[in-house]
Design a protein around this ligand. Sequence first.
Ligand code: UFG
Length: 328
Amino acid sequence: MKYLVTGGAGYIGSHTALALLAAGAEVVILDNLTTGHRELAPQGVSFYQGDVGDAALLTEIFATHAIDGVLHFAAKSLVGESMRDPGGYFLANTGQTAVLLQAMAKSGVRRFVLSSTAAVYGEPEQVPIPEDHPVRPTNPYGLSKQLIEAMLPWFERVHGIRWMALRYFNVAGADPDGRSGECHEPETHLIPNVLQVAEGKREFLSLFGDDYPTPDGTCIRDYIHVSDLADAHVLALQALANRRPSGVCNLGNGQGFSVLQVVERARRVTGHPIPLRMEPRRPGDPAVLVASNARATAELGWRPRHGDLSAIIETAWRWQSRRGDKGL
Ligand code: UFG
């Protein structure tokens, strides 16, 4: 089987490309390298530098390679940035994905896996969050992904494109073999920021809000290892190949940890005191986001291999201290 991975030089796309290669598939990557890094794209893939909204390039790729399906990661993904530039998010995420789906329809590519997000749920009414929870995103990033999800049934009905939209919770960690990891500039995510303190790149961790309605006052999140997430994509493709119905699926471990609990684990893993500085709440942060992963386990047969929070932090820590070897 041969798959097109958009954003395959990014954090989640590169790990998924590794998982596809390990499963014996061939991989073609399309990445414009605005936030991705050529060094993260695995050896042995065909690589194209370009935009997902470039219809001519997509047609060329589909004509050159017998693509069995598309895994679509290329996107803007910063909630804060989306609050300042909603149009940029609707164009890059929703608009360019319409171009990609249209090119797939024209070229007869009929399987699609979308990198979606827990941000589609907004402030949850119920935790753990099941997939049938109402979708009411509170930021343009979440809405840009929800709009893609809303387009998909039409591409299925009219063009026969079968799909899975995977709603990620908090993705963290790095390839246990050190081949890829998180490399964002600027870095906004909790675990890499905490580790930057341990590494001496930051003086302290800014803790955004300790007055949430949670046991220790800090936000609770569901952290999922990026390699477990990558495995779920391979299973989603298998489910589509086995003619399971299209649909949405949460990906999270189903267990929540507060910001303070994450910091405490990171202190144990790194042996560094990791000083904190209390700061006001970050706009748009829900107090608690934890997935129900019943559908992923029952319908995809997904079993996390690195579900333990310490293991997630350890792999991220190994990557953070060695990524310089890759020139990153
Ligand atoms: N946090 C800090 N200090 C930091 C960074 C984060 O206190 O330096 C806190 C945040 O306020 C939040 C928690 O740590 O309470 C987790 O923050 P992240 O930025 O790591 O992750 P988010 O939960 O904000 O975002 C993730 C994904 C988004 C997705 C969102 C769904 O990265 O793409 O979940 O709500 F949209």
